[in-house]
Design a protein around this ligand. Structure first.
Ligand SMILES: [Fe+2]
Length: 195
């Protein structure tokens, strides 16, 4: 995998400079943590996968007032920071197929790293909602319980199960993703005010 043009510290500094909602910042950190765990399982570069997770919604704060423009500003921002085209395209790929994003809705994910990012960033919503339901506790969460929530379509209904299931296209199982997601989020629990 290609080298990263900026450090994690710099990436965090940039994200924070856009004044994200705390809830959004939590989502970025969780996505990073889950991507690092998924990278380990796939034998991929943890820093590269982690950076994809951390920055995947880099233009969210400035585009969320008009969701249809989400990911239209990301390429320019990332390019300016020195990221290569591959990295930028992977970031965009997590929006492929979404009706809400006219510029990306007709594209399809085809690469392992794309499936990994889309499923990892999406499962964070499920883990976080489940943790809140459990009194903000994640450290003793079990994959079995998370799987039940995954199957319960009414729970965190906006959390796209079909996208989470794309993890299977990387060769990993859903159970492996559930475990990786819990491990990842548990690893940063203090930072995101969980226990
Ligand atoms: Fe996201």
């Amino acid at each position: 995998m290609a080298q990263l043009p900026i450090s994690r510290e710099k990436a965090l500094e940039i994200l924070k400079s856009y004044n994200p909602e705390e809830f959004d910042m939590v989502h970025y950190l969780e996505s990073e943590a889950v991507m690092r765990e998924v990278a380990k399982l796939l034998g991929e570069d943890e820093d590269y996968f982690g950076m994809l997770g951390l920055l995947h919604d880099i233009d969210w704060t400035m585009t969320k007032s008009d969701v249809s423009t989400h990911l239209t500003k990301a390429p320019e921002i990332l390019k300016r920071l020195g990221f290569e085209d591959d990295f930028i395209e992977t970031i965009l790929s997590h929006g492929y197929g979404f009706e809400e994003l006219p510029h990306l809705k007709d594209k399809e994910r085809t690469k392992k790293v794309e499936y990994a990012l889309a499923s990892s960033e999406t499962i964070t919503g499920l883990v976080y909602a489940y943790a809140l339901m459990r009194g903000k506790k994640v450290s003793d969460m079990e994959a079995k319980g998370l799987k039940k929530k995954f199957k319960d379509k009414a729970f965190a209904a906006g959390c796209r199960r079909d996208v989470i299931s794309e993890i299977e296209k990387t060769g990993l199982t859903l159970d492996q993703l559930f475990e990786a997601a819990i491990r990842g989020v548990t690893g940063i629990k203090e930072e995101i005010d969980l226990s």
